[in-house]
Design a protein around this ligand. Structure first.
Ligand SMILES: Nc1ncnc2c1ncn2[C@@H]1O[C@H](COP(=O)(O)OP(=O)(O)OP(=O)(O)O)[C@@H](O)[C@H]1O
Length: 218
């Protein structure tokens, strides 16, 4: 059997001694589409942030391709595993400032053709790269934030209610793109939210309840 892409062993998250997640055991294979479910406050966002190494766990281990994520350089890990939130922080003045950022932190050159193609893929072809971000609508900001993660090809996408600000048509089109793209590039996608239930058929589900996680093949 193929080794899991991501493995959580005995993972717990207990900030200030408050138990949020406990004894999490998960083996996540490569290339799957995985929905994360559970009641409000059950720890869905926390689980994705732990996997993204944005917050530290209190015990247990998280491995990526058999390596403890603590041993992987944060820059390399961010390139492989992208956590995308519903309210992306845009910075700088222009759209280009935001899309250039992933290349800038790696001291690489900015691929403006790729940026323009992505704007087109997300139905933002009417925006110029030098356009200021301050006047963008919620849905435009969400998509610029999303595009930033595709300036490099991530291996894992952790999507935290990413399409909340998009209307129905746009949501459908963005998800179609994400699913096709993930298939083409053998990406693993995990997402939180029920809004997408009609748009994307998961291969598996992680259900959070009573501080722990259950893996369900669908
Ligand atoms: N750093 C922290 N310190 C203290 N409590 C935290 C911390 N991070 C998360 N929590 C708590 O952990 C619980 C789970 O939060 P989380 O955002 O992961 O839930 P969720 O399942 O994503 O919820 P929702 O569906 O409402 O977005 C909440 O009670 C939250 O207040």
């Amino acid at each position: 059997m193929e080794a899991p892409l991501i493995q959580l062993k005995n993972v717990a998250f207990k900030p200030q001694e408050e138990l949020i997640l406990d004894d999490i055991q998960l083996s996540i294979p490569k290339g799957k589409k995985i929905r994360v479910t559970g009641a409000s406050g059950s720890g869905k966002s926390t689980l994705l942030k732990l996997i993204a190494f944005l917050i530290p766990k209190d015990s247990g281990t998280i491995q990526y391709q058999g390596r403890d994520i603590k041993e992987i350089s944060p820059m390399d890990y961010r390139k492989k595993v992208s956590y995308i939130t519903q309210t992306p922080q845009l910075f700088g003045k222009t759209i280009e400032d935001n899309l250039r950022f992933p290349a800038e932190v790696r001291n690489e050159s900015f691929d403006s053709e790729r940026a323009k193609q992505l704007l087109k893929d997300f139905h933002l072809e009417y925006l110029e790269l030098n356009q200021p971000v301050k006047n963008l609508s919620g849905g435009e900001r969400q998509r610029v934030g999303l595009i930033r993660h595709f300036m490099y090809e991530p291996e894992v996408l952790l999507l935290d209610e990413i399409s909340s600000a998009l209307d129905e048509d746009l949501r459908e089109s963005v998800w179609k793109w994400l699913v096709n793209h993930a298939k083409e590039h053998q990406q693993t996608i995990m997402w939180i939210s029920h809004i997408e239930d009609e748009l994307i058929q998961p291969d598996a589900e992680i259900h959070l309840e009573h501080h722990t996680a259950e893996w369900r093949e669908l």
